[in-house]
Design a binder for this molecule. Structure first.
Ligand code: GDP
Ligand code: MG
Length: 597
């Protein structure tokens, strides 16, 4: 295809501002998909994404559009994820296109993820076309939002498009604006091949499918290509484009976006950001590299039924085939038996994987408290990464600990500002900035990631009644006074309940945890001490009184069927329990004990 007839773009937006709906309309308006195949949120393929209304993997579609000048154009849309956990995926797919539609809900205005995503687009040198969506709604205030885009982001929004992705108003104008206002890609078809590896995923029939953006040269079926990062050579057996169904083509030239398959077995063998060139007469220098994404949150996943350990391994291995940012290793816990310590990009990523294991593989899981990666500096100078509080080395050998910090940006209506500041302060935050974007305050905090991974986002939503938006990026590691706190149930430490805490917060956290556990653990026929301890020193204690647990007593021996029902219920409940010494701890306790209400 002639370069001047190609436009490559992505859509950036805060969640729920209408990115997926707009993509649907662009696809529909250009008859890219036959009417009978059209379904809502076409690009959000996985069920879990549909249910949660989020896009996780980047998706791509090639659209043919006849513009006002009567010429046919190829528009390649790369849809990017909207959630903070996947910021890295956003940044890499941004590098594969030249422009962005910035979608802002005209009833809401600019939000934290609008900012985070548009800054990524600016970093990638994109031309940006603002789109004010949802103008069909009575609450739409395009003038106010236009001003806000100019004030807060500093983008000229005077010719922002007015769109309703719902009714289809403004969709043709949007397609025309993509052609008129976004730049055509540049590239040399005669130069040695340079193709950027944008994404890859596993397909049961085709093996690994690699999404590529050709920068220079031509990529053809049957060629031998080389991954420049490691020199591995592959024979290309298919190339094609997404319409959005996979459609084979003979070649991809500069500016084009499409896929290749080359009998690659694992997603791990493809590095996102890598440069693909020809085995012979290849390019000399690679494209500027990308950093590999690193898991930042770890937790243990254990089967409720220990007989399902091998099933769990199978499920995890299958999921990992398609997700190189997810890591795992076998973990054994005195409390929970055999399971896996897994690393994730963030909490949403964790939830998505856990849900898929439970749903698609039908395995009930116990999830232990999420933990960040600490840097433990030993007295001998060695640095160890700590993924699990249970592995904390003996203190006599430890010099000091460092924890990861983040820069959090929160946008919130003025009325809730006080509560947000208090929440950040309670989580050991350091305020860095406070400005106003219209009636909304924008606060920037330096926070320990540890204080955010667990329930920060839920708390933020609840104290602001859902009106705050939040985004973060990792900034680095800093030393602090951190200790491992253990929980002892009936005098025995329960390894799966160990957590890392700041020394100054340990008493408060410890007391909260033992109080919670007192409610979460059912009474037994003996009394059970529940203690929080640091290095053998008890800092908080509760005692669960003894009780004769006779659930059928209430039935007065009368109604037999009712009695049977109760016993069955109790049996089902048992499956969700973990026997620990003489004490049964319900599965829910491993997560709920940590909630800070
Ligand atoms: P995304 O999270 O940015 O992908 O947002 P979605 O496309 O999933 O849209 C979020 C919600 O807004 C959905 O319920 C859509 O039906 C709705 N929506 C999207 N665009 C419009 C619009 O132009 N008008 C109205 N009234 N609703 C819209
Ligand atoms: Mg979406």
């Amino acid at each position: 295809t002639d370069l001047s007839r190609i436009r490559n773009f992505s859509i950036v937006a805060h969640i729920d501002h209408g990115k997926s709906t707009l993509a649907d309309r662009l696809i529909q308006e250009t008859n890219t998909v036959a009417e009978r195949d059209m379904k809502e949120q076409l690009l959000d393929a996985m069920d879990i994404e549909r249910e949660r209304g989020i896009t996780i993997k980047a998706n791509t579609v090639r659209i043919d559009f006849t513009a006002a000048d009567g010429q046919d154009y190829v528009l390649n849309l790369i849809d990017t994820p909207g959630h903070v956990d996947f910021a890295y995926e956003v940044s890499r797919s941004m590098r594969a296109v030249e422009g962005s539609l910035l979608v802002v809900d005209s009833t809401q205005g600019v939000e934290a993820q609008t900012l985070a995503n548009v800054y990524q687009a600016i970093d990638a040198d994109h031309e940006i076309v603002p789109v004010l969506n949802k103008i069909d709604l009575p609450a739409s205030e395009p003038d106010r939002v236009r001003e806000q885009i100019e004030d807060v982001i500093g983008l000229d929004a005077s010719d922002a498009l007015l769109v309703s992705a719902k009714t289809g108003e403004g969709i043709r104008e949007t397609l025309q604006a993509i052609v008129d206002r976004l730049p055509a890609p540049k590239g040399d078809p005669e130069a040695p091949l340079k193709a950027m590896l944008v994404d890859s995923w596993y397909d049961a029939y085709l093996g690994v499918i690699v999404l590529v953006r050709v920068i220079d040269g031509r990529l053809r079926k049957g060629e031998r290509v080389k991954m420049m990062s490691n020199g591995s050579v592959h024979h290309v057996d298919r190339i094609g484009v997404f319409r959005p169904a996979m459609t084979q083509v003979d070649e991809l030239g500069p500016g084009e976006i499409g896929f290749l398959t080359a009998s690659i077995k694992q997603v791990r063998d493809t590095r996102v950001g890598d440069t693909i060139t020809h085995e012979k007469k290849g390019a000399e220098t690679a494209l500027p590299g990308f950093k590999p994404s690193q898991p930042v949150v770890f937790c243990g996943l254990f089967p409720v039924d220990s007989a399902q350990f091998e099933d769990l391994r199978d499920a995890i291995e299958k999921l990992a085939l398609n997700d190189a940012s997810f890591s795992f290793e076998v973990e054994s816990s005195a409390a929970l038996g055999f399971g896996f310590r897994c690393g994730f990009l963030g909490l949403l990523h964790l939830e998505v994987i856990r849900d898929r294991i439970e749903r698609e593989y039908d395995i009930d899981l116990i999830t232990t408290a999420p933990s960040v990666v600490y840097h433990v500096y030993m007295k001998d100078g060695e640095m160890r990464e700590l993924h699990n509080p249970a592995d904390m080395p003996d203190l006599t050998h430890v010099d000091h600990l460092e924890e990861p910090r983040i820069k959090a940006t929160i946008l919130v209506p003025d009325d809730y500002l006080g509560d947000v500041l208090k929440l950040c302060q309670d989580r050991r935050g350091i305020q860095e900035d406070l400005t106003y974007a219209g009636p909304r305050a924008m606060v920037v905090y330096d926070l320990p990631l540890n204080e955010v991974v667990f329930d920060f986002y839920d708390r933020l939503k609840s104290v602001t009644k859902g009106y705050a938006s939040f985004d973060y990026q990792m900034t680095g590691y800093r030393q602090d006074n951190l200790v491992k706190m253990q929980i002892l149930v009936n005098e025995e430490p329960v390894d799966a309940l160990s957590v890392m805490v700041h020394r100054d917060r340990a008493e408060t956290r410890g007391r909260a945890m033992v109080e919670k556990l007192k409610d979460l653990i059912p009474r037994h026929m003996f009394k059970i001490p529940i203690q929080a301890a640091i290095g053998g020193k008890v800092i908080a204690r509760e005692t669960l009184a003894a009780l004769r647990k006779d659930v059928t007593a209430k039935c007065y021996g009368g109604d037999v069927s009712r009695k049977k029902k109760l016993l069955e219920k109790q049996k089902a409940g048992k499956k969700k329990m973990r026997q620990f010494g003489r004490v049964e701890i319900p599965q829910s306790a491993f997560i709920n004990a940590l909630k800070m209400d």
